[in-house]
Design a protein around this ligand. Structure first.
Ligand code: C5P
Ligand code: C5P
Length: 480
């Protein structure tokens, strides 16, 4: 993949002209987006850009794009729809339901035939322009490209696009750097002085948590014995002579000197040596580029881009997308009143899910290559993606393709899949999920390393058989 914006730029102009004319006609616009961090950022970037043009628009999230969501859109009958982070392969369905009153901004891989048969330029999907939407740009970056083409002033939204890229774990270059279009957008944010980039220890709560808590909250990488274990984190750091408090106040990770950071890493490495064999990998995973939003207050959850994206994921996954959208659109009161509470609820819920999964052994079927996790009656479906992301970072499931499922009230199963740490399977999970879901009249898709689907509950057995064989088929492997 070429990865840069050169092929995308010519498509942006007519796309933006269309949006501009919709706004000028006074149409009332409904923006529908995915409920994760990338969905919330992309919907909010477009929402902000259109509001600045004087548009009448609202932003709303859904957990996935299904025929029933499209039916609802048809029934609600808004004058125009913008769908972000979803629906890249569903042009025909949108056209049937909505005529030409819609556009899609997306980054999910869709089959070649669908790229070619597209529409009247209504789908702005990264893959159409030689950009790998799995690692080179998320929907937030695509939305940013639209916003900054609509008006250069919208380049002030580039930090939100940086948040979307880390939220979608597209920091896949060396030491968690960015690739392709993400890198271009980051350069803009740096040039405008809005984002600073440093090589550092990547701890969750970099700007907000006492060091030992930040280490305990860090689940990428998952460190057996330390992750979610505040007491053992405190003990190893204290024993290593790290000064955790200053003038009676806990120090946050962003405040430690380089020398102190080396001592912190030594303490973690020593602990891992005694508990598992993956010390070098874990330490390597802990170090990477950190992206700081220079305009946000120190010690705010919005200052570190990863912390910001976790907050947005939390908002979406626990049913408070509106708060995430308000924050991305600049409302700092929403942040102050609800931010901390939402993060706490999200982390507690996730921790309970994962500890139940590992303690109720029947929930995990693992042959060393593929692990199926049964979250029925436990995992709320909007939390599935967060659970599978977390499990895939756990040493217990390292190297596997991880599939997590939950039975929803509507008589469907929702699945979420990820590649576990160090997984070498060439399977493209997005293509596998899409194929197997469609073979049982469900819908699915995603990226090579992260995908999901929804299937009728009666089709569980044939669907699982399909998955077991499709993950070994060359036609569903990633090309590279
Ligand atoms: O819908 P969307 O593309 O935005 O979602 C991708 C999801 O997959 C995100 O939740 C992201 O964290 C996850 N992901 C992952 N590992 C990757 C790439 C993405 O867990 N390598
Ligand atoms: O829900 P989860 O985070 O596991 O989703 C992973 C990826 O799979 C996302 O990019 C999501 O948009 C995609 N997905 C999909 N169709 C579904 C469910 C998820 O394309 N029915």
């Amino acid at each position: 993949m070429g990865g840069d914006s050169s092929k995308l730029l010519p498509a942006l102009k007519p796309f933006c002209e269309k949006l501009r004319s919709v706004v000028e006609n006074g149409s009332e616009i409904s923006i529908i987006t995915h409920l994760d961090a990338d969905g919330i950022t992309s919907g909010s970037i477009i929402g902000t850009a259109l509001a600045r043009l004087g548009a009448k628009c609202s932003v709303r999230t859904v957990s996935d794009m299904t025929p029933s969501v499209i039916e609802r859109m048809k029934a609600e009958d808004h004058e125009f729809y913008i769908i972000t982070d979803l629906g890249g392969g569903m042009a025909a369905n949108f056209r049937k339901a909505l005529g030409d009153r819609w556009v899609v901004i997306d980054h999910h891989q869709i089959p070649e035939e669908e790229i070619l048969t597209d529409d009247a330029g209504q789908v702005l999907n990264a893959w159409k322009y030689g950009i790998d939407g799995g690692i080179e740009v998320p929907a937030g970056g695509m939305a940013y490209m639209v916003a900054s083409t609509l008006d250069r002033k919208n380049r002030d939204l580039s930090p939100v696009a940086v948040v979307s890229a880390v939220g979608d774990r597209q920091d896949q270059g060396d030491k968690k750097s960015f690739l392709g279009l993400n890198k271009e957008i980051l350069e803009t944010a740096k040039t405008l002085g809005l984002v600073n980039v440093d090589l550092d220890i990547m701890l969750t709560g970099r700007e907000t948590r006492p060091l030992h808590e930040a280490l305990a909250f860090t689940s990428f990488p998952y460190i057996d014995g330390l992750t979610w274990n505040r007491d053992s984190c405190y003990t190893i750091l204290k024993n290593a002579g790290i000064k955790l408090k200053d003038n009676g106040r806990w120090r946050v990770p962003a405040e430690f000197s380089q020398e102190e950071k080396s001592a912190i890493l030594d303490a973690v490495a020593k602990f891992i040596v005694t508990s598992s064999k993956t010390s070098a990998t874990v330490i390597d995973d802990l170090i990477g580029y950190v992206y700081t939003l220079a305009g946000e207050d120190k010690r705010s959850q919005l200052r570190d881009a990863r912390e910001f994206s976790t907050l947005l994921n939390a908002c979406g996954r626990i049913g408070k997308s509106g708060v995430g959208i308000a924050i991305c659109m600049g409302d700092r009161n929403a942040m102050l009143t609800a931010g901390e509470e939402i993060s706490t609820e999200y982390r507690t819920t996730l921790r309970n899910y994962v500890s139940t999964i590992f303690s109720e052994k029947w929930r995990v079927t693992d042959d060393g290559k593929v692990a199926f996790v049964n979250g029925d009656g436990l995992v709320a479906e909007d939390m599935l993606g967060a659970v599978s992301s977390l499990l895939s970072g756990s040493p217990t499931l390292a190297g596997r393709l991880v599939f997590v499922r939950s039975l929803s009230k509507g008589g469907t199963y929702k699945f979420s899949s990820r590649k576990g740490l160090g997984c070498t399977s060439p399977a493209n999970l997005g293509l596998v999920m899409r194929h197997c879901a469609e073979s049982v009249k469900g819908t699915g898709g995603g990226h090579s390393a992260a995908a999901g689907c929804r299937i009728p509950s009666a089709a569980l057995d044939p669907f699982i058989s399909c998955l077991r064989s499709a993950v070994n088929e060359a036609k569903f492997a990633t090309a590279s």
